[in-house]
Design a protein around this ligand. Sequence first.
Ligand SMILES: [Zn+2]
Length: 161
Amino acid sequence: MPDSGIMLELCDFLKISVNELLSGEMIMAESYDKRAEENLLAMRREMEEKNRQMLRMEYWVALPAIPGGIVLVFVAAFAPMPAWLRALLIVFALVMIFTVAFMAVGIEQKAGYYACQSCGHRYVPTYWQTNLAPHAGRTRYMKCPACGKRTWQKKVLTKED
Ligand SMILES: [Zn+2]
């Protein structure tokens, strides 16, 4: 799959349409619309799958690291050990927790969209809007850029229903 940035140039050079490039064959005029639709659907499914995988990765990164870091802080705070080791372990655990949490928010912000519960608008918020929003799981309390209402906005995989 060529980079979308060079697709037009490539098609122009080969004297074919973008649709023909994507479906890998010459398309007759009558089947063109159907093929265009199929290509759009295939691209959409691919995006959906990519977003699903990214969100799954968020769990695999955050789930072991964040509770693990918290346990480490408690162990370091209460187990008998030299003061320097205690300090080192606590700093290490806190850095790990924050790094992973910030990475997880980054994945969640980029994968898919948030859907406004009030007007149904789907959008990608900025990183800090996502990070600072109160959340329950992946549902975040944010201001919708379309209608301006603050609601609990659900994570969705696609731009349209
Ligand atoms: Zn809205």
